[in-house]
Design a protein around this ligand. Sequence first.
Ligand code: G3H
Ligand code: 13P
Ligand code: ZN
Length: 333
Amino acid sequence: MVNYKDLGLVNTREMFKKAVAGGYAIPAFNFNTMEQMQAIVQAAVETKSPVIMQVSKGARNYANATILRYMAEGAVAYAKELGCKNPEIVLHLDHGDSFELCKDCIDMGFSSVMYDGSSLPYEENIKISRQVVEYAHKYDVTVECELGVLAGVEDEVASEVSHYTKPEEVIDFATRTGCDSLAISIGTSHGAYKFKPEQCTRDPKTGKLVPPPLAFDVLHEIEKKLPGFPIVLHGSSSVPQEEVDTINKYGGNLPDAVGIPEEQLREASKSAVCKINIDSDSRLAMTAAIRKYLAEHPDHFDPRQYLKPARENMKKMYIHKIVNVLGSDGKLG
Ligand code: G3H
Ligand code: 13P
Ligand code: ZN
């Protein structure tokens, strides 16, 4: 049993309280590779932002759970080496799909876990969420649960259509589970194809898809029911069109990829939304930089040559999100 406090990590409790009161959101960036970890830490240190580094079940399968845990421990040491005296880094399990997976992460030093029972019947979701909360709280690990279904792929759970969170259920759910934060469905979705073309309109000038707006009315109803309670948005990549265009220009094929407009995420950050999950934008930033570099340097084959601009591009994107979208810069301490 490893306690996250011994690794220099923090849970989300204080972080979220301050974010809700201060009208900003904490970035939750997924990581699978060393370059993503380095870019996240560099961005957080340079902007003096707290940060959540999250690991999906897929990331554990790809990179190995132990390695990712040591990378998070290394992230704390790296942040200090970069000059940050008291980094606030959360190591979070993203979309945990069983009590056992959540327990395994808690036992190996995660400071926060998500139990995602959103695809289960309501009572079953409450039952397992409650079990995870009871175990996690013994070790002062915070727990995110989910109510409502996002369209798209949620790790191993795929859903064609989204079901908005029902505001009339949130008090009962939060009370009976004892969760520390609640992920809700208000129109975001996972991946780089968040909406089908038929759900969007088209910008007549650019020909690009314009997605339907988020359901702010549902968010505000939920806030009224649970004043000050930390709310989480998944599926919040904005799928920057310049990255999509670069990928397509250099041999990729991502037609009609579309995300959540950043102004809407900025708006949500000012409310009780205090954690915003971004994964796909990091994948796009990395892939765009690598495709461009390799197309321009066909004779290069040292991974460090193309991973360096990839890391730089991800860092630029993380800084942009922190400063211009979530507003968590300067909020350390
Ligand atoms: O919500 C899903 C995250 O983007 C993680 O994706 O399961 O492919 O690692 P992944
Ligand atoms: P995106 O696919 O929009 O980046 O969402 C990531 C996410 O919600 C991780 O849990
Ligand atoms: Zn998610």
